[in-house]
Design a protein around this ligand. Sequence first.
Ligand SMILES: [Mn+2]
Length: 421
Amino acid sequence: MLKFVHAADTHIDSALSGLSAHDNAVPDLMRTATRSAFSNLIDRTIAEKAAFLLLVGDVFDTAWKESNTGMFFVREMARLNVAKIQVVMLRGNHDAANEMTKSLPLTPNVHILSSEAPETVRFDLDGVRVAVHGQSFKHAETTQNLLSKYPAPLDGYLNIGMLHTGLEGNTPHGNYAPCSLDELKNKGYAYFALGHIHLHQIHCEAPWVVMPGNLQGRHVQELGPRGAMLVSYENGELQPPQRIFVDVLRWQMAEVDISTAKTRDDVVAQAGVVFRQLLDDADGRPLACRVTLTGKSAAHGALFGQEQLLRAELTAQAINVGGEEIWIEKVKVRSEPATDALVIAARGDALSELQALLGDAAKDPEFLASLESEFAVLLSKMPHDIYRQEVPALRAVRDGDFATLIREIAPSVLDRITLEA
Ligand SMILES: [Mn+2]
């Protein structure tokens, strides 16, 4: 049996973003995660006794700022060389050939595919002949179809294509080296090792057309487990590729339905249950979470305008549940008041009147102008670090958008009164 590993978008030395030091985040892990994931990939490749490793572009996030990044890569490649594992790599839009001005000598097991024309690397591995075809990006802005010039499959070989591509371009990742799935299928290769799009996807099973996804989630847009593909070739046939997870930290959405919560304490307790569940499902990895509170809740009114406090309480809860294993990226309050505006209007009591008053206030230019002048005095006295805080209500005040402020606050005010009545 022959095995190989297919990885892409390792973005070595790109830092994770979205967690800051003032929370209980470990800054070291944020900085070193992409490197650690890459080392895990090499460990796993050696442990699996793979014959070769394919790195399909964006191996590096940018040109090396210092030789340190390059030296790390040299060391990892040398480990594979000792284990007699071959490497075929190509350059993508993040590490295009003309951007990578610095270079260091590498062990002879590493083949970097040409950026001038498609190139084929051949191996004879325990009687299995393998041909790997591919081309590096010369410039970051490579928007022509590279695939069309790839060679025909070689007879008697296991043919593998490597391509860094935005496919047909319907992704937020840019339309690099575009091509269609039909073009890939019609090439006559047994396996297409793709790269560029960070989300894992198997596009086709016959032949295999596989996007491994990136190696390590770097922010809240890159959710869930991340890694590479392990592929086996047995009795003249490729077996279904398996995902291997080498990430060292995971991003997740922590959605907390607070419909049954009555107080902020209830909200924090319910968030704890969600944190516990996410942590149980994280394969022992630390987690970075975006917390979103949803549902019609009696606790909604107690959350509004309390973003800083709520965040502190949820962070404390995260520490209670997971120690240093779960961090909070952001808290989004998407819950709604328990009582509908229509229900309140139908009551025909003092509360309905207050609701109507608040509704009119948002449309009263004189009242809005008076708010503006009163807040102007307040804002001028506010310490700069507080002034800059990204709190929705404060942002509305800064922007002079008092109508929005009233519309947002009104349901919470009514909710608090309803609950206390
Ligand atoms: Mn890319």
